[in-house]
Design a protein around this ligand. Structure first.
Ligand code: NAD
Length: 501
C-alpha cells in the first residue's frame, strides 16, 4: 500500500463569475411581525462573503433598547400563543417548513454567500432545517405529562406541562439557519415566544426567515434583533421578562451568558464547543474509518462542533490508517461555492478566524509535529486553508486539546483499550465521539465509558431529529432535537386538588 501523491491544494474559483443578485432580506430588527429600523444612532455591521472578502450587506448593531422592545412584543404574543393547542402550534410549524421549502433556493444562495459553504452543505442545511420544523410539529402533539393520581388522602394530583415564557436565543455562524431552526422549532412548539440574536457575522438567513414568515405566523412569537453578543446577547441574558436563554456558541460566550443569567436565576441552555475523539481499534475497517474522518472531519471545512478532528488510533495499525487517511483527505476539493458542484471545502468564516487557525498550524509546526498533509493557508482572495492532517501527535498537545474549528485533523496513538478511553476522556469538552471497531464486545462497553453526549460506533456526525444532541462538561448542558428539547423548553406544574368531604 502506498500513499497517493496528491496534487497540491488549490482554490477553485468560478472561471467566469456570473453575478446573480442575492435575494437579500431587509436590514433591520424584526419585531412584532414587521421590520423596524435600528435606533437612529446605532452603528452598522458589515456582512462579508468569506470566499470573496466582499461586503454583501450591512446590518444594525442593536441596542439594549431594541431588545427591550422585542421582549415586550414577545411577552404580548405569549398571552395568546401559550393557550393554543398542540395542533394549532403544529400547523404553524408545518407552515414554516413549507415556506422555507418554497424559498429553498434563496436560503441556499444566502447561506453560501454569507458563510462560503459549498452548495452541497447549504442544501443539506436547508433540508435539515425543514425536517426539524416538521419533526417538532409532529412530536409536540405526542407530548404527555405524568398521569394524575392520588398521592395524599383525598387529594388528586395533576401534572401540567407549560411553556416557560419568553426565550432568548443566541446563535452561531457555522450553520446560521439550521442552528436557529434547532431552537425556534422546539421553543415555539412548546408554546413559548422568542427573541433571537443571530451571529453578527451571519445574520442574513435568519433575517430572510423573518421576511418570508412576516404576516404568515402570529406577530411577535418570533422576533429577531441583530447585533453584537456583548450588547444584544448580554441584554437577553439579563432581561427580567426572559425566562430562559438558549445559546449555541463558544465556551467563553456560554460562560458569559450563564454568569449574567445567574443573577436573575434564569434558566440556561448551552450548546458549546467540542473536540470529538475518533477512537480507531486495531480490528476496525481502517478504510471505512479513514473515509469517515474525511467526511466528518472536513464537513463545513471542519467548522463543526462535532467534527471528527482528533483521531486516537491503535499503534499496531497507526501507520496503515494514516496512509489511508492522507490518501482520502488529499482528494478533497477546495473552492468558492460558485466554482462547481464538486467543491467540498469552503473558506474559514472570517479573517479573524482564518488568522486563529493559521496560528494554531504555525504553533504545531514550531512544536515539531509531523504535518502529513496540508498545513498552510491558501494564498489569494478568501480565507481558505489547506485540508490538514497532523500525525504522531503527543498526548495533551495543544493542537489536539483545544478547538481549532477548521480543516485540521490530528492523529495520536494508544496501546490499550483502557488508555484509549482515558485519553479520549482527557478533554475539557464532552460533546461527541466515535468508536471504530468490528469487535461486538466493544460496541457498547466503550461508548458507556466515554464522557460525551453522543457516541457513534463505526460512524460519525450522523444526526437525526428523533435523537438528542448536546454535551457534557465544557460542551454545555441542555439538549437540542428530539423530545428532550421539548422538555427543556417546558416547565412542570403540580396542581393538587383536595376533594375530601
Ligand atoms: P461565539 O461564541 O463567538 O458566538 C456565538 C453567539 O454568541 C453569537 O451570536 C455571538 O454574538 C454571541 N455572543 C458572543 N459573546 C456573547 C456574550 N458575552 N453574551 C451573549 N452572547 C454572546 O461562537 P461562534 O464563533 O459564532 O461559533 C462557533 C462556536 O460555536 C464553536 O465553539 C462551536 O463549537 C460552537 N457550536 C456548538 C454547537 C453545538 O451544538 N454544541 C453547534 C454549533 C457551534
Amino acid at each position: 500500500m502506498t500513499t497517493t501523491q496528491h496534487e497540491a491544494f488549490t482554490v477553485h474559483r468560478p472561471a467566469d463569475p456570473v453575478v446573480v443578485p442575492l435575494p437579500l432580506p431587509p436590514a433591520g430588527h424584526f419585531i412584532a411581525g414587521a421590520f423596524v429600523p435600528g435606533s437612529a444612532d446605532s452603528p452598522r455591521i458589515d456582512v462579508v462573503n468569506p470566499a470573496t472578502e466582499e461586503v454583501i450587506a450591512s446590518i444594525h448593531a442593536g441596542t439594549a433598547g431594541d431588545v427591550d422592545t422585542a421582549v415586550a412584543a414577545a411577552v404580548e404574543a405569549q398571552k395568546s400563543w401559550r393557550n393554543t393547542t398542540p395542533k394549532e402550534r403544529a400547523d404553524v410549524l408545518n407552515l414554516i417548513a413549507n415556506i422555507i421549502e418554497a424559498n429553498r433556493a434563496a436560503f441556499e444562495a444566502i447561506e453560501s454567500a454569507n458563510t462560503g459553504k459549498p452548495p452541497a452543505v447549504a442544501e443539506d442545511d436547508v433540508t435539515s432545517t425543514i425536517d426539524t420544523f416538521r419533526f417538532m410539529a409532529g412530536a409536540s402533539r405526542t407530548l404527555t405529562s405524568m398521569a394524575g393520581g392520588d398521592y395524599a388522602t383525598d387529594h388528586t394530583s395533576v401534572i401540567l406541562r407549560e411553556p416557560v415564557g419568553v426565550v432568548g436565543v443566541i446563535t452561531p455562524w457555522n450553520y446560521p439557519l439550521l442552528m436557529a431552526a434547532w431552537k425556534i422549532a422546539p421553543i415555539l412548539a412548546a408554546g413559548n415566544s422568542i427573541v433571537l440574536k443571530p451571529s453578527e457575522q451571519t445574520p442574513l438567513s435568519t433575517l430572510k426567515l423573518a421576511e418570508v414568515l412576516a404576516g404568515r405566523i402570529p406577530d411577535g412569537i418570533l422576533n429577531v434583533v441583530t447585533g453584537q453578543g456583548r450588547i444584544v446577547g448580554q441584554r437577553l441574558s439579563e432581561h427580567p421578562d426572559i425566562a430562559l436563554v438558549a445559546l449555541t456558541g463558544s465556551v467563553t460566550s456560554g460562560q458569559a451568558v450563564a454568569e449574567t443569567a445567574g443573577r436573575s436565576v434564569k434558566r440556561v441552555h448551552l450548546e458549546l464547543g467540542g473536540k470529538a475523539p475518533v477512537v480507531v481499534f486495531p480490528d476496525a475497517d481502517l478504510q471505512a474509518a479513514a473515509a469517515g474522518v474525511r467526511n466528518a472531519g472536513f464537513w463545513n471545512a471542519g467548522q463543526d462542533c462535532g467534527a471528527a478532528c482528533r483521531v486516537l488510533v491503535h499503534e499496531a495499525v497507526a501507520e496503515e490508517f494514516t496512509r489511508y487517511l492522507v490518501n482520502e483527505v488529499g482528494t478533497l476539493v477546495v473552492g468558492a461555492p460558485d466554482s462547481g458542484a464538486d467543491v467540498e471545502i469552503g473558506p474559514m468564516i472570517s479573517r479573524a478566524h482564518f488568522e486563529r487557525v493559521k496560528e494554531s498550524l504555525a504553533d504545531a509546526r514550531a512544536a515539531g509535529l509531523t504535518i502529513a498533509l496540508g498545513g498552510s493557508v491558501l494564498e489569494g482572495t478568501g480565507y481558505f486553508i489547506e485540508p490538514t492532517v497532523i500525525t504522531d501527535v503527543p498526548s495533551r498537545a495543544p493542537i489536539a486539546t483545544h478547538e481549532i474549528f477548521g480543516p485540521v485533523v490530528t492523529v495520536e496513538t494508544f496501546s490499550s483499550t483502557e488508555e484509549a478511553v482515558r485519553r479520549a476522556n482527557e478533554s475539557p469538552y464532552g460533546l461527541s465521539a466515535s468508536v471504530w471497531t468490528r469487535d461486538s464486545s466493544l460496541t457498547l462497553r466503550v461508548p458507556k465509558q466515554l464522557d460525551f453526549g453522543t457516541v457513534w460506533v463505526n460512524s460519525h456526525l450522523v444526526l437525526a431529529c428523533e435523537v438528542p444532541w448536546g454535551g457534557f462538561k465544557g460542551s454545555g448542558y441542555g439538549r437540542d432535537l428530539s423530545l428532550y428539547a421539548l422538555d427543556d423548553y417546558s416547565r412542570t406544574k403540580h396542581v393538587m386538588i383536595n376533594h375530601g368531604a
